[in-house]
Design a binder for this molecule. Sequence first.
Ligand code: ADE
Length: 239
Amino acid sequence: MKVDIVTLFPEMLSGPLDESILKRAREKGLVEIRLHGLRDFTRDKHKMVDDRPFGGGPGMVIKPEPVFEAVETLRENDSRVLMMTPSGKSFTQGEARKLSFVSHLIVLCGNYEGFDERIRSTLVDEVYSIGDYVLTNGALAAMVVVDCVSRLIPGVLGDEESATDESFSNGLLEYPHYTRPADFRGMEVPEVLMSGHHAEIAKWRHEQSIERTRAHRPDLMARWNEKQPDFKQNRNQGV
Ligand code: ADE
């Protein structure tokens, strides 16, 4: 996969791209990630990327010219263009999975009050928010998306880091983990995990996943309940 990230602050991302699993993936050639400064796509002598909003109000708006120039320069036949902004749809593990099949991503990072709407309406395939909060700019949000998608590309995670049995992979939060020592300051590991009884361990983990999801993410729990094959029937019977 190839990824081009267009941002006002490319240096913010060079550190995270050069560490750990992403660093290894890039060295192996599994992902090719390039950072671009939005100002490099301006043509005026002041390298202006933003201007005041029509209609008034606070803040500045990213101008269409440099963004169109960036996308038209970087676009290939099979590119998908993503825009990062808090006013986008929620970025989820499901969206990450879909994007992991795309061969080229162009990720546009916002700043100030956001982008001129003509960028969103004509250039962009997906508009994503990484959560219901506002960051100082979209670079970190782009990094979250790129990190999340990259680890789903075959070969990026080693066997030890598998992406199959983790939070969201089955619509539930992940169960608790324990490692040695079995007794740490009087806090003991649940017996079942040391029993060697695989079916019992799987059952305990599933129950723990459900309990954790119910406690922390009632929204996920409701969706998971809806998806269970016998849910409708049970509901009709008042169970
Ligand atoms: N830019 C600022 N905040 C953001 C968010 N929550 N998601 C995506 N881009 C952003």
